[in-house]
Design a binder for this molecule. Structure first.
Ligand SMILES: CC(C)(COP(=O)(O)OP(=O)(O)OC[C@H]1O[C@@H](n2cnc3c(N)ncnc32)[C@H](O)[C@@H]1OP(=O)(O)O)[C@@H](O)C(=O)NCCC(=O)NCCS
Length: 158
């Protein structure tokens, strides 16, 4: 597959049609296998986050959420790639896009809670584990972090 020709990453607005597609994908890949689902309160609270999507031939292939934690630090959440498109470079492409997006918005540090099964994927992209294993949504997780560099202020982008 030639990802450069067939995939496109962009931001989708909260509560838009594109956003609803990302919620459906996150539900399918991350929640339903655990017998969990999103509450209306949980989704309403995502208003203050950035929602990024990766499209392949116009079909949603992957998505993630970026939640600002402070002026410099942003949290990557809910990365999900369509089951039949995993291990084809789409997750890497969307994370690379998310890092550029975060830097352009003035954040210089990405943090995340990685499922233990995804730690190696994040390590390949330059993330490092921090602290002890903990449980979230019934699964073992690790905190991970990456310094994005390019410490620019938001004003420099205006
Ligand atoms: C984990 C996930 C996001 C990775 O995305 P992906 O598109 O499948 O991964 P990519 O093809 O971009 O992989 C990039 C590299 O990481 C490796 N990799 C991907 N998933 C991996 C995994 N689970 N374990 C170990 N290595 C992995 C790939 O082999 C590739 O390595 P290479 O560069 O040496 O060839 C995706 O598989 C997914 O959605 N999984 C289910 C949901 C999930 O676990 N989400 C993360 C929650 S924290």
């Amino acid at each position: 597959m030639n990802n450069e020709e067939t995939t496109l990453c962009n931001q989708v607005e909260h509560n838009s049609e594109g956003y609803r597609k990302t919620v459906a994908l996150r539900d399918e890949i991350l929640r339903r296998p655990l017998n969990l689902s999103f509450s209306a309160e949980e989704l309403n609270a995502e208003d203050g986050s950035f929602h990024l999507a990766c499209w392949r031939d116009g079909i949603l292939a992957a998505c993630l959420v970026l939640k600002p934690l402070s002026e410099n630090q942003i949290c990557m959440r809910q990365l999900a790639v369509q089951a039949d498109l995993q291990r084809r470079g789409i997750g890497r492409k969307l994370v690379n896009y998310a890092e550029s997006f975060a830097k352009q918005h003035g954040y210089h540090e990405m943090v995340l809670h990685a499922r233990e099964t995804a730690v190696e994927f994040y390590e390949k992209l330059g993330y490092r584990k921090e602290g002890d294993r903990f449980t979230e949504v019934t699964l073992p997780h690790y905190r991970m972090r990456k310094i994005l560099g390019n410490r620019k202020t938001k004003e420099q982008f205006n």
